[in-house]
Design a protein around this ligand. Sequence first.
Ligand code: HEC
Length: 130
Amino acid sequence: MSNKLSLKFSSLTAVALLMTLGACSSSSSSAPVDLSPEAAAGREISINAGCASCHGADGNGRIGPNWIGLADSQVTLSDGTVVTADDAYLYESIKDPAAKKRRGASGIMPSNKLTDEEIASIIVYIRALK
Ligand code: HEC
């Protein structure tokens, strides 16, 4: 009887602990990885410009492709060409979303009015997402 009671108590403690941990990570608005001030600024811009609604608040992808590990990776375009996602590719993808389409992408990216400086910050942020 007392054994059963202590078992119940310890599992309750575990549940409470998990809930505390969960609440802690979901209420935090900072990024899960350590970002340089410039990368953090890029993250803010991508959230304010609506990019995060498709690419995820942490770049983890939703309708739009995942940004984590994107920089310098090989990307297959809809016409079968394989390109490296270097700075020029990332810049063009943001400046002129219709220019190149990723094979298998499940949506259309709208154009935006970001300045070159803002795009550069977002690229620093994308580069920080390993
Ligand atoms: C409505 C959803 C949507 C929004 C908003 C959006 N994107 Fe996209 N994005 C996409 C989709 C879908 C693709 C893949 C198709 C393509 O390449 O055009 C894409 C592709 C990209 C790529 C190339 C990724 C790759 O894997 O090749 C980059 C970089 C990018 N978006 C950045 C941005 C930035 C920066 C913003 C904010 C200004 C933004 N996107 C807003 C949907 C979106």
